[in-house]
Write a protein that binds this ligand. Sequence first.
Ligand SMILES: Cc1cc2nc3c(=O)[nH]c(=O)nc-3n(C[C@H](O)[C@H](O)[C@H](O)COP(=O)(O)O)c2cc1C
Length: 483
Amino acid sequence: MSKKSFPRIIQGGMGVGISSWKLARTVSMEGELGVISGTAVALTLARRIMEKVDEDDVNRALDAFPFPKMIERIRTKYAPSPDEKLNKDRFKAVSMPTIEYSKDLLELTVVACFVEVYMAKYGHDGVVGMNLLEKIQTPTLPSIYGALLANVDYILMGAGIPIRIPKVIDELSNHQNSSLPIKVLEDDGNETVYSKFSPVEFAEGEALPQLKRPRFLAIVSSAPLALHLSRSQYGSPDGFIVEMPIAGGHNAPPRGKLQLSELGEPIYGVRDEVDFKAIQDIGLPFYLAGGYGSHEQYIMATNLGASGIQVGTAFAFCEESGMEKSLKRRIIEAVKKGLGRVRTDPLASPTGFPFKVVEIEDTNGIHETAEKRQRICDLGYLREAYRKENGNIGYRCPSEPVDDYVKKGGKLEDTVGRRCLCNGLVSTMGLGQKRRNGTEEIPLVTAGDDLKYVLRFLKPGQLSYTAKDVLEILLGKNLNKAS
Ligand SMILES: Cc1cc2nc3c(=O)[nH]c(=O)nc-3n(C[C@H](O)[C@H](O)[C@H](O)COP(=O)(O)O)c2cc1C
């Protein structure tokens, strides 16, 4: 595929670690857009180094990073020494994100995004993107810079209004200082607190490599938002992904007052329907996402003027995805038996956005199991900054221990039904923390309402399928034959 053209299929960015570099690389090598998830990769890189997961690949990428002193520091801190028993009890802590990053975390964040993109792009010339969530604000600048250092082709961002990202990409791809306002609860909304990143300071005097400006695709759920972003003073996105509420992961809340079905799920109505004509009129390439996991859906999307589709769920359960293998298989087996319902949970995510969870035994997708988890907040990606009475800034998450949250000025009612997405999602990729009391964090799996259709990718008698199988079905052709 020419780099000038846009892809037909975007393999959606799925955090944490589901859109691994292995998945993105496979998709990219087939000529479509493979996307890595940039969410929480600082943490997962540290844990991979500690457990020597994919050691050779990780080392190859670390060795290619342009500022080697930082790699030395990361290795010294996280790599087990030769006589240290691997993962003897629990993972060492990694600093939690705050508005001003510690030097450690800043380096780890830049390097981790570099590693994911570098490996996804390794050994071929296909295009690769990185997905970030607008709601997780503090890692954004170092994450984008890390991806730029690895020559990323696309940045994709949703779960919020990513209005300033075009300007951030312009600045960072020229090694200029960049900043982003950070929302501070209890402040009056004036943008006074910024996350800042200076490439020159970061590089500590080392030579700065030439960077290219990647394209930016904003993930939106409505035409008015797409139009608003396209007219932004900070620059327009290069295109849009229009995501419907049946997509996996977080969903945009329904417009108007939240109404719940008998099963307690948000009800979407006519006001949530997307005006495709209005999107098309903006004149930028766009993709449809959420339930577009078949060739018929692909054709339907292109008939609506879309350049293609973004697909998540179908790729989340393929062999190359970063989901822990046995869990993936267990879910496919469950789906075969008609189990593994996907619930749109209005409360689970600390962000307050509806979040889809798979109801599968021994995971926090089962309400009773999740309620039994002892609350602990030690990863902190979804913590929000708030203004303390003394004027300082603190951090709180509605899924942290209830007393702590309330002591920090949070409302008791906001803690009800909240799940620790950080620990749950990291456990889903097989890197769950072991607790001092001998328990281990258990997974929390997200998928789109289309989960039941993953069966269409299975060949007879098989319980697994590849990313290429998905692409062949989506594109309606055998990828081994010339088209
Ligand atoms: C396991 C999983 C994790 C996801 N995580 C993210 C994420 O971190 N950021 C994001 O923008 N979208 C995320 N999504 C949404 C996908 O990128 C994609 O837009 C969506 O899955 C498309 O709908 P589908 O699931 O019906 O194919 C996730 C989806 C899944 C299934």
